[in-house]
Design a protein around this ligand. Structure first.
Ligand code: NAD
Length: 302
C-alpha cells in the first residue's frame, strides 16, 4: 500500500503509517504534480492546503482513502469520492479541547481588553484606567451548539463560575442534564447572555443565524465569540451592531471571507480577531495525525 502525505502532519502520524505502508511525504506538491502522481497511491493525507478535487479523484484508480488530518473536509470533493467508492475520513474529536480553549481565550481577551492593552503598553503608554474589565465569574454564557466543542466549553467555563445556557435543538434532555446546563430557545439565550459563543456547523439553517434582529435582542454590554465558521454571523450586521453600541464587543477566529481583507471590522477597537487558528495547537495537530493514521491502518489491515 502507498500513502501520499500531501500536507505537513505530525511525525507520529507518519511513523504509525510507515508500519503498514510505503509513505511518500511531499508537502509542497502542486495541483499539477498531484494530478500526475496520485495514480500510484492507495491513500492521501491532507490538511487544508491540498485540494482533493473531482479531477484528482478521477485520476486515482487505486485510491481507497482520503484522510483530512483535522476537522472540516471543505477541501475534499466528498461527493466525487463517494461516487467512486473512496472513503473520506477526518478526526473531528482531535481539536475540540483546543478550539474550546481558544474560544475561552477570546472571551478573556474581550473581558479584559487584552489586545488593546498589549498594543498600548508596546506603544510606550501606561493607561491603567482605560482598561477596566469585567470578570467571567457570575456572568451568563450562552452557548449556541453543544456538540464536541460546545461541551468542552461548558466544562471549562463552569470552572470560571459562569452560569451556562445552551441553544441546541438537536441535543437530548439527558445530554443537557448530564452536562448540568439550561437548554433554552435562541431568543432567550440572546436576551440573557453576557457572552455568546458559537459552536454550530455552517449549514443553510445556521447561515446568518446571528444578524440584525438577533443583535438587537442582545444586551448592550454583551460580547459575542465565533470560533465555528464564517457566515454564521452576518458580518455587515455585526459591524452595525458594534458601531451603534447594540453590543459591546466581538471576537472572531473565522470570517465570511478569509482573510477578511478590507472588512470594516478591522478598524474597530472593540473587536478581537485571529486568523482561523482555533485548531492550531501542537497537541491537536498531533492527535489529528495519529487518529487518521490509525484509521488508515485499520482499513489497510482489513
Ligand atoms: P459537533 O457536530 O460536535 O457539534 C455541533 C453542534 O451544533 C451539535 O450539537 C448540533 O446539534 C448543533 N447544531 C447544529 N445545527 C444547529 C442549529 N441550527 N442551531 C443550534 N445548534 C445546532 O461539531 P464540533 O466538533 O463541536 O464543531 C463545531 C464547529 O466548530 C464545526 O462545525 C466547525 O465548523 C467549527 N470548528 C472550527 C475550528 C477552527 O479552527 N476555528 C476548528 C474545528 C471546528
Amino acid at each position: 500500500m502507498k500513502v501520499l502525505i500531501a500536507d505537513s502532519i505530525n511525525e507520529k502520524g507518519i511513523s504509525e503509517l510507515e508500519e503498514v505502508a510505503e509513505v511518500v511525504v511531499n508537502t509542497t506538491i502542486t495541483p499539477e504534480e498531484l494530478l500526475e502522481t496520485i495514480k500510484d497511491f492507495d491513500a492521501i493525507v491532507v490538511r487544508s492546503r491540498t485540494k482533493v478535487t473531482r479531477e484528482v479523484i478521477e485520476a486515482a484508480p487505486r485510491l481507497k482513502i482520503i484522510a483530512r488530518a483535522g476537522v472540516g473536509v471543505d477541501n475534499v470533493d466528498v461527493k466525487a469520492a463517494t461516487e467512486r467508492g473512496v472513503m473520506v475520513i477526518n478526526a473531528p474529536e482531535s481539536t475540540s479541547i483546543t478550539v474550546a480553549e481558544h474560544s475561552i481565550g477570546l472571551m478573556l481577551a474581550l473581558a479584559r481588553k487584552i489586545s488593546l492593552a498589549d498594543k498600548s503598553v508596546k506603544e510606550g503608554k501606561w493607561e491603567k484606567n482605560r482598561f477596566m474589565g469585567i470578570e467571567l465569574n457570575g456572568k451568563t454564557l450562552g452557548i449556541i451548539g453543544m456538540g464536541r466543542i460546545g461541551s468542552q466549553v461548558v466544562v471549562r467555563t463552569k470552572a470560571f463560575g459562569m452560569d451556562i445556557m445552551v441553544y441546541d435543538p438537536y441535543i437530548s434532555r439527558e445530554a443537557a442534564e448530564e452536562m448540568g446546563v439550561t437548554v433554552t430557545d435562541l431568543e432567550t439565550l440572546l436576551r440573557e447572555s453576557d457572552i455568546v459563543t458559537i459552536h454550530v456547523p455552517l449549514t443553510p439553517e445556521t447561515k446568518h443565524l446571528i444578524s440584525d434582529e438577533e443583535f438587537k435582542l442582545m444586551k448592550e454590554s454583551a460580547f459575542i465569540v465565533n470560533c465555528a465558521r464564517g457566515g454564521i454571523i452576518d458580518e455587515e450586521a455585526l459591524y452595525r451592531a458594534l458601531k451603534d453600541g447594540e453590543i459591546a464587543g466581538a471576537a472572531l477566529d473565522v470570517f465570511e471571507e478569509e482573510p477578511p481583507e478590507g472588512s470594516p471590522l478591522l478598524e474597530l477597537e472593540n473587536v478581537v480577531l485571529t486568523p482561523h487558528i482555533g485548531a492550531s495547537t501542537s497537541e491537536a495537530q498531533r492527535d489529528a495525525a495519529i487518529i487518521v493514521a490509525n484509521e488508515i491502518k485499520t482499513v489497510f489491515q482489513g
